[in-house]
Design a binder for this molecule. Structure first.
Ligand code: 5AD
Ligand code: SF4
Length: 477
């Protein structure tokens, strides 16, 4: 009988991709995906350490499995990803029934490690030793042995895929655990990236999202030649079948002119740039060790707007970082008010043991104050997002159709007609009535309503009928 695998994923896009690759490697070993943990032979949690809350949620979820494990001791329970690297054997101490703890650099070993557990080899721990030497080499190997395994069924939509071009981070912002758990920054060989993108295009993928913690810092050197992100975008643009290219997440200081020119000049590049500012106060930015001032961030933003006037820019902010005063926070509010971000992701500071921030500065802003600042900033941003979205009413956008909308997935629908969702070139989510066959197509959609998060649109009449329209002839089926 086929063995059943259940996997739960929290955290960023890198984790979604990691889970896709872990599932692919286990599918090769004959595993099928189970919808419920209780039905599975192997239960994996792919974890995140960026905030304490994300880690605590995993321990709670593990706690709920305790009795299942007692009743079915042969089930294999694994904690993988960032929290595995961060807590290592501490996971076994807090949840002694866990069989497997595997860091992000060792995910390719999972099939073997599960096998060892099943052969009564006892609990297995595989993590990186430190950021130096050996670590760099093993993680590099994980690019080669791992990334080419793709799994269309595991992706949110088979028409889109994440492609990793960089792992790790060398920036060491004082609040951030990523450099510790994901190791040193390394760029992936561009030939491998190209090969993977071609394979994805052959499988019907139309949009590729390039991933890296500071993706625009991407550099790959070989035989005296350096490949930058902009060079990569030019090469990826030549792949037939791929119609859209995006990349996340950007580091403000590395938003170079060559990159802005590539985004401006390459029709396949989305005009969407996620460039986290984190704070509007120079005092906080210095303490965070972000490496730029708010003036430099503003300058970078005006450079983006000068070269790509249609660009949608999004940002991240941390509120309640150590010693953040009302004045510091007011400066962040000012930056959000004037920058007209399409969206901002706002986080309450969460102290992470092992970071410079935790060592040097007390986490002295109370939770109610953090919550309050979070709500205030969110309200400012949401009003701007709504206003910007309202301006899109009456306009037509090209939308890549992803599939049924969240609400229609839950509802019964007549035949193939249902509410679909897709994205514009500036990453706006558009909901509209359509036909299942339109998944994966680029459709012109006119917006008739909008709120802060979603645009509501209508497909132009000639594309509604039974003849399905596609801008790309190879997709008419
Ligand atoms: N506390 C709160 N937010 C954090 N982030 C990173 N580390 C922390 C932390 N310790 C946020 C940053 C980053 C996003 C992915 O998570 O804003 O850009
Ligand atoms: Fe963390 Fe800073 Fe690296 Fe982003 S750039 S992953 S916030 S250390």
């Amino acid at each position: 009988m086929t063995k059943q695998l259940y996997i739960e994923t929290v955290g960023c896009q890198m984790n979604l991709l990691d889970s896709e690759l872990v599932v692919a490697s286990l599918r090769k070993q004959g595993y099928a995906l189970a919808k419920k943990a209780s039905r599975a032979d192997v239960i994996l949690f792919n974890t995140c350490s960026v905030r304490e809350h994300a880690e605590e949620k995993i321990y709670s979820a593990l706690g709920r499995l305790k009795h299942i494990k007692r009743q079915h001791p042969k089930k294999v329970i694994g904690v993988i990803g960032c929290m595995a690297q961060n807590h290592q054997s501490k996971v076994f101490q807090r949840a002694p029934f866990v069989d497997l703890v595997v860091g992000p650099g060792q995910l390719h070993q999972i099939p073997d490690l599960i096998h060892r557990v099943m052969e009564n080899g006892g609990p297995q721990l595989e993590v990186s030793l430190d950021r130096k030497g050996e670590h760099r080499r093993t993680v590099e190997q994980s690019f080669e042995s791992y990334d080419p395994l793709r799994m269309p069924e595991m992706r949110p939509s088979r028409y889109q895929a994440f492609v990793r071009i960089q792992i790790g981070c060398d920036k060491f912002c004082t609040y951030c655990i990523v450099p510790k758990v994901r190791g040193p920054e390394q760029g992936r060989n561009p030939d491998e990236i190209l090969a993977e993108a071609r394979q994805l295009a052959d499988e019907g993928c139309r949009e590729i999202v390039l991933l890296g913690q500071t993706v625009n810092s991407y550099r790959y050197q070989e035989s005296g030649k350096t490949t930058r992100l902009s060079d990569l975008l030019y090469r990826l643009s030549d792949i037939q079948g791929i119609d859209r290219l995006k990349f996340v997440t950007n580091y403000p200081r590395d938003m170079t002119i060559d990159l802005l020119h590539a985004v401006r000049d390459l029709p396949k590049c989305a005009h969407y740039l996620h460039v986290p500012a984190q704070s509007g106060s120079n005092r906080m930015l210095r303490q965070m060790k972000r490496g730029y001032t708010v003036e430099q961030y503003r300058e970078m933003l005006s450079k983006i707007r000068e070269h790509i006037p249609t660009a949608a820019v999004t940002s991240d902010f941390i509120v309640g970082f150590c010693g953040e005063t009302e004045d510091d926070f007011a400066l962040t509010c000012d930056l959000v008010r004037e920058s007209r971000f399409k969206n901002s992701f706002i986080f309450k500071y969460s102290e992470r043991p092992g970071t410079k921030g935790a060592d040097r500065y007390p986490d002295d802003i109370s939770d109610p104050v953090k919550k309050d600042r979070n709500n205030t900033l969110l309200a400012i941003q949401n009003a701007i997002s709504e206003e910007m979205n309202q301006q899109k009413i009456g306009r037509e956008y090209e939308v890549l159709v992803e599939g049924p909308s969240k609400s229609s997935r839950k509802q019964e629908h007549q035949g193939n007609r249902l509410q679909l969702t897709g994205r514009t070139m500036t990453d706006d989510i558009v909901v509209f009535d359509g036909n299942l066959r339109q998944q994966g197509q680029l459709l012109p959609i006119t917006i008739y309503d909008a709120n802060a998060f979603t645009l509501f649109g209508e497909v132009r009449m000639e594309h509604v009928g039974p003849e399905v329209y596609s801008l790309s002839p190879e997709f008419t089926n």
